[in-house]
Design a protein around this ligand. Structure first.
Ligand code: CP
Length: 309
């Protein structure tokens, strides 16, 4: 049977997604039940770009399930440095592991790799395109905090042009009833036109604003902050001009609704002041913890493994 891959958060139907989130919640509440389910299984983490959370949470997830981990953390420490293609690499890794997570600076590279793979491949971030497991993490966090997705107003702030987590999250949330977006960014870092076009095509209300202020925050259920993606800028001058455009601090949090939770895929640079970390609405560290539970659920689902209930 052909393996099932994960390239986009839309690869799961909303019903499948609900099941996956339920499984992640069960793993969170009953870790011992799942502690041996992946014994004898291996995950390969193939990271051609830097990562802390995604790579280590995949590895932690597999270890929590009783499995093992192998892989590389940079392009330079693999035969990609000698010119090997992602397809050949993936074909080889299929001999060594049962499932793989791949991050790559080129958009579509994990998809190309999946075409030659004999094992499930997970897109762990491809260029400025998609980051589906971050989106699954975000969805689990939002559902855990708010209890539902329908009729939420989500603010996304920062680098909406290059931030792949933003594109994936808008895509995934667009499937829910009554969802609204407030897109907060400088003119130069607005969402790509294909993201805007998809909102228009689905008749989803959204507004694009520049200020992070009481007007843009007043109706928000979630404020999703993002870092300006230095590695995707063509010149350093533009990056330096943009990098501190938004800084969420204690004063700005006073303007926000009492039930507006702050998320961030992390890493942060300056866009959230550390003084906000103690605000009870700051949930970005919990979000990173949810990333382990959802990746455990994803590994089990793609490997077709279940535990007796
Ligand atoms: N959120 C995220 O993708 O973080 P890393 O780049 O550290 O994996």
């Amino acid at each position: 049977m052909a393996p099932r891959h994960l390239m986009s958060p839309l690869d799961f139907s909303t019903e499948e997604l609900d099941k996956l989130l339920d499984l992640a919640n069960d793993i969170e509440c009953n870790p011992d039940k799942y502690a041996h389910v992946c014994e004898g299984k291996r995950i390969a983490t193939l990271f051609y770009e830097p990562s802390t959370r995604t790579r280590l949470s995949f590895e932690a997830a597999m270890m929590n399930l009783g499995g093992k981990v192998l892989g590389f953390a940079s392009q330079d420490s693999s035969s990609a440095a000698k010119g090997e293609s992602v397809s050949d690499t993936m074909r080889i890794v299929s001999c060594y592991a049962d499932i793989a997570a791949m991050r790559h600076p080129k958009e579509g590279a994990p998809l190309v790799a999946s075409m030659k793979s004999l094992i499930p491949v997970i897109n762990a971030g491809d260029g400025g395109h998609q980051h589906p497991t971050q989106t699954l993490t975000d969805l689990l966090t939002i559902r855990s905090l708010k209890g539902h997705f329908d009729h939420l107003t989500i603010g996304l702030c920062g680098d909406l042009k290059f931030g792949r987590t933003v594109h994936s999250l808008i895509n995934a949330l667009s499937r829910y009833e009554g969802i609204k977006f407030v897109l907060i960014s400088p003119e130069e870092l607005r969402v790509p036109s294909y993201v805007r076009d998809s909102l228009v095509a689905k008749n989803i209300p959204y507004r694009e604003v520049i200020g992070l202020d009481s007007d843009s925050m007043k109706d928000l259920d979630i404020l999703y902050m993002t870092r300006v993606q230095r590695e995707r800028f063509f010149n350093e001058e533009d990056y330096l001009r943009m990098k501190d455009f938004y800084i969420l601090d204690k004063e700005k949090m006073k303007l926000a609704p009492p039930e507006m939770y702050v998320l961030h895929p992390l890493p942060r640079v300056n866009e959230i002041s550390v003084e906000v970390d103690n605000d009870k609405r700051a949930k970005y560290f919990e979000q990173a913890q949810y990333g382990v539970y959802i990746r455990e659920a994803l590994i089990l689902t793609l490997l077709g493994l279940e535990v007796a209930q």
